[in-house]
Design a protein. Structure first.
Length: 265
């Protein structure tokens, strides 16, 4: 239901801005992500560390008003988690996972202009908007000194398998029987805009992502050969830095200030 409401809102916004200035171009950047547990008990048991990742895709920007823009970016991104036990009874436990996503952050921004000495100027902006993510999959590693008593290795490497029960799992799979693959979040962003020429833009954006949806509310990650289960009632958090190069699609704007007539000598 939430996704349908969001898509209706998106189509209305796009319909309203079809005749506005449109800029498009590639975007690439880095992530610094971590998880937040929904279960308070796990917050007391595990220590969570940030994970470095990346994202890449294409940015589409609409000028809604003179200083107001709507930025939408289709991205492939990696997020993850790294957690260790705060106590020794888990046998030097460490669990690292990298998740893969397709994402569509949509951010409504307002721009400001700042002049420097010598007549130079730059633009800066801040904005807010939703983030829609589709969980593609992932893989991870579990290390525990006690695993050697259960299986003949201490490092358990696995891939995430959706919609599989414990009985259907392979030896190197973690099953998520009821995954929440479409996830919603909130973005807060700020950035700088540089315009070397009229129809070109470089945008540097720093964004904080506050994940709203759990990876799974109903099920945990299951293994066929381990008693351990992965708590998936978790939300993604993270900071992102993105550099985008945008081109104005309105050719009439590129010709502004240029004569289309040849002068006779």
């Amino acid at each position: 239901m939430k996704v349908r409401i969001f898509l209706c809102f998106l189509f209305l916004v796009i319909a309203e801005t079809l005749h506005a200035q449109v800029l498009i171009g590639p975007a690439i950047g880095v992530n610094h992500s971590w998880i937040s547990f929904g279960d308070k008990d796990n917050k007391d048991i595990y220590k969570v560390k940030p994970v470095l990742g990346y994202h890449a895709g294409f940015n589409l920007s609409f000028r809604v008003r003179k200083r107001f823009f709507l930025h939408s970016t289709l991205l492939y991104s990696t997020k993850g988690k790294s957690m260790t036990s705060k106590y020794g009874y888990d046998g030097d436990f460490e669990h690292k996972t990298r998740y893969n996503y397709l994402e569509l952050p949509i951010i409504y921004t307002v721009e400001f202009r700042t002049k420097l000495k010598g007549g130079k100027e730059f633009k800066w902006y801040f904005g807010v908007g939703p983030n829609v993510s589709y969980w593609l999959g992932g893989k991870g590693t579990i290390f525990n000194g006690e695993l050697g008593e259960i299986i003949p290795i201490q490092d358990k490497k696995y891939k995430i398998a959706f919609n599989k029960s414990e009985d259907e799992l392979g030896a190197n799979e973690m099953g998520v029987e009821d995954p929440n693959r479409i996830q919603l979040g909130l973005n807060l962003s700020a950035g700088l805009v540089f315009e070397p020429i009229n129809d070109r833009k470089f945008m540097f954006t720093v964004r904080y992502e506050f994940g709203h949806s759990y990876l799974s509310r109903e099920s945990s990650g299951q293994f066929s050969d381990l008693a351990y289960t992965d708590d998936l009632k978790t939300q993604n958090r993270g900071f992102r830095a993105t550099l985008a190069y945008l081109i104005d699609l309105r050719t009439d704007q590129r010709k502004r200030g240029k004569s289309t007539f040849k002068h006779k000598k």
